[in-house]
Design a protein around this ligand. Sequence first.
Ligand SMILES: [Mg+2]
Length: 251
Amino acid sequence: MLKAVVFDLDDTLIDWSGVNDDWERRQARQLEGVIALIRERHALEDAQAYVEAFRSRSRRAWEMAREDLRAPNMARDLVQAALALGVPEHVLDERLCMEAYRWGTVEGCGPFPEVIEMLQHLRDQGLKLGLITNAYQPMWARDIELEAYGLLPFFEECRFSAADVGYLKPHPSIFKVALECLGTAPEETVFVGDDIEADIGGAKAAGLYAVLRTSYRRPQVLNGDIQPDSIIHSLLELPEVLDKAFPGWSR
Ligand SMILES: [Mg+2]
C-alpha cells in the first residue's frame, strides 16, 4: 500500500530554468557578507584570497564527492576557508558564516505552477510527504526558499539536505534517513526526482518506486543501466502514475 511520496527539490519542485544571472557574481556578493563577519572578529586583509580559498575548497569537495558520495557542506567550507587564511577557530562558527552568506531566493526561480496544488492533493489523500535534496547548504538555509515559495508546510516533519546527512543521493543513507523519518517501508514509498543517477538510481537501489520528472537541465539518457519505473513531465501526471502502480491508493 502506498503511504508516502518523497521528492527531490531542485528542478523537481522548484524550477531553476528562469534563472539567468551570473552565479559567480551572485556568490561573490554573498561571500562579501561572510568576509564582513570575519572582519568584525579578526583582521583579514585579502578578501579575494578568501573567495579563492572558499572556491577551491568547494571545487575539491564536489570532485571528491564523485568518488565516495560524501556530501560537500557549504557552512563547513566557509569556515575552513577562513581557517586556511589564519583566522583562529574560536572566532567563527558554521551557523554564523552561513547566516552571513545570506542564502535566499534567486530571481527567476520558483515552484513549478502545479506543485502546491499537487502536494495538497497528495496530502488530502492521506499520504505522508518527504523531501531529500543534494544541496550544498544545510536544510535550514534551503528552508528560506521553501518558506518563501509556500512549500515548507508540506514538509514540516521530513526534509533533509545531503549537507546535513553527510551523503549525497544516490547513497542509500539519505533515502534511509527519509524513510525512517516517515516511518514507511521502501515498497510503500514513491520517489520523484529529475536526476537519473542520483534520484532514480538511488531510489531504485533503496527499493522505492522511482518516478523521473523530466527537467530542462538534463537531457535524460534512458538507454543506460538505470530505468525509472515511470516518467512524468509535470507533477499533474503523478496521480495517474500512482493509479497504475498502486491501485486504490487514493481515498
Ligand atoms: Mg534535482
